[in-house]
Design a protein around this ligand. Structure first.
Ligand code: SF4
Length: 175
């Protein structure tokens, strides 16, 4: 199946980090969803390319994730992969419950191999994009790898302010 046609995923989660200091601004809860079809050479998370890697996510696991986000020092939730936009059954469930509990008082960052422009033109993925505050977009490109660029692995990737970009109709860098 083509990457563009994989929407729902297998509802598996590879890893949860209740307190991360590297996946976005501030201290955040980070979750890694299992399954990515892009197969970028040099992928930093090879095992999580498999859609059934890790554990089948449960209602209790989602509640645990939300409870990790409750602490005042947690700025928000970071969703990585795998590919969140090919795991939309799980990603949208977590995002909708996160917004129901925290509204916009805490932020959502998402890392995706899809580019922002593509996501705005895919109706199903666009509805998830609208719920995100910051998108780090584009595939990892090994020859553009640079160490120590904040929140990205390679120079082609962008850290995008999603609400402002959607409002203006043009990509606006978050940083
Ligand atoms: S998009 Fe990310 S998770 Fe998917 S293959 Fe590329 S580097 Fe790995």
């Amino acid at each position: 199946m083509q990457a563009l046609q994989i929407y729902e995923g297998q509802y598996h989660i590879a890893k949860v980090e209740p307190r991360s200091f590297v996946d976005g601004e501030g201290v955040r809860c980070s979750i890694y969803l299992s399954g990515c079809p892009f197969k970028c050479p040099g992928c930093y998370n090879l095992h999580a390319q498999k859609f059934t890697y890790g554990e089948l996510c449960t209602d209790g696991a989602i509640e645990d994730i939300l409870s990790y986000c409750e602490a005042d020092y947690i700025e928000g939730l970071s969703i990585l992969g795998g590919e969140p936009f090919c795991n939309m059954a799980l990603a949208t469930e977590i995002i909708s419950r996160f917004r129901a509990r925290f509204a916009r008082t805490k932020s959502i960052w998402v890392w995706s191999g899809f580019m922002f422009e593509y996501l705005t033109n895919d109706q199903r993925r666009y509805s998830m994009l609208q719920e995100i505050d910051v998108l780090v977009d584009g595939p990892f490109v090994d020859r553009l790898y640079r160490p120590n660029i904040p929140f990205r692995g390679s120079l082609n990737q962008r850290v995008i302010d999603v609400p402002r970009s959607l409002e203006s109709g043009t990509v606006i860098d978050y940083m």
